[in-house]
Design a protein around this ligand. Structure first.
Ligand code: AMP
Length: 279
């Protein structure tokens, strides 16, 4: 695995890779790598000639300073974890990515005013800024994103559409622990007690689809009441939305695909998850 820290070297190496006709797959990450990241990397490895992974904890996508400070970082461990799989690891410093304060302003319309976007102002502008820069430098044929961050996936697709970027976005299913908890770098911050409670999120989401005899609003109320039964959960939002537009629906017939998205606090840790109710 070649570790590259500067944009110039990255462009240089990839220019040579592409000149030899090789197809480049790309997986952007913020490190603290786990089985979820690994699933994206393995899929990318199997579909491309050269696999590029980036590790960069992007400060401008954190709207909460504490969350940024507490974000787990362990580059040595990450390198060991992926060195036999990844061809090129891009590991830039903050100065390399943002030599001056970034000024990009994106407009994702209604896609960013709901769900995560509603509670994390500026988050998706920060995500789009880094992903657009990485795409411009790496110019991958395919880039891989997890369905765990479903709104992010939809917004990246919209970014690609708006700027007509020559990259195919590949969605990868959420990887879960045996009990159902969606694997996340933030799970490491859960106490042992919280860690035992956290899988209930997915168990509640799993209990939803068979109840589609209920109306959308009844199903939403049922899901919220199940979550509120667990006193350690502090619900931020639970929405049942059109999986394409991310807008709330009134009837299941209103959308071809329907997804239920949830965000809640367990202690100090903010967890998100989702489930397709219609796919
Ligand atoms: P992050 O390092 O959290 O920015 O995540 C990098 C990529 O990995 C994003 O596309 C995430 O959606 C994806 N990802 C994170 N956790 C999981 C998971 N449990 N299953 C599938 N993909 C994931």
């Amino acid at each position: 695995m070649l570790i590259i820290k500067t944009v110039d070297e990255l462009k240089d190496v990839l220019f040579r890779v592409k000149s030899s006709g090789k197809i480049v797959g790309f997986v952007p990450t913020m490190g603290a790598l786990h089985a979820g990241h690994l699933s994206l990397l393995e899929k990318a490895k199997s579909e491309n000639n050269v696999l590029v992974c980036s590790i960069f904890v992007n400060p401008i996508q954190f709207n909460n300073k504490q969350d940024l400070e507490k974000y787990p970082r362990n580059v040595e461990k990450d390198i060991n974890y992926i060195e036999d799989l990844v061809d090129i690891l891009f590991l830039p410093s903050e100065e390399e990515v943002f030599p001056s304060a970034p000024t990009e302003k994106f407009d994702f319309g209604k896609l960013e005013s709901v769900l995560e976007g509603k509670y994390r102002p500026g988050h998706f502008n920060g995500v789009a800024t880094i992903v657009k820069r990485l795409f411009d430098w790496i110019k991958p044929e395919k880039a891989y994103f997890g369905e765990k961050d479903y709104q992010q996936l939809v917004i990246i697709r919209e970014l690609v559409r708006q700027f007509n970027l020559p990259v195919q976005i590949v969605a990868c299913p959420t990887v879960r622990e045996p009990g159902g908890l969606a694997i996340s770098s933030r799970n490491a911050r859960l106490s042992p007690e919280e860690y035992k409670i956290a899988p209930c999120i997915y168990q509640i989401l799993l209990s939803l689809p068979p109840k589609t005899t209920l109306s959308v609003s009844e199903l939403k109320q049922y899901a919220i009441s199940e979550i509120e039964k667990i006193k350690e959960f502090k619900l931020e939002y639970l929405e049942i939305v059109n999986a394409k537009t991310l807008q709330p629906i009134t009837n299941f017939d209103d959308a071809e695909k329907v997804i239920c998205c949830v965000a809640l606090y367990l202690g100090e840790v903010r967890l998100i998850d989702n489930i397709f109710l219609k796919k």
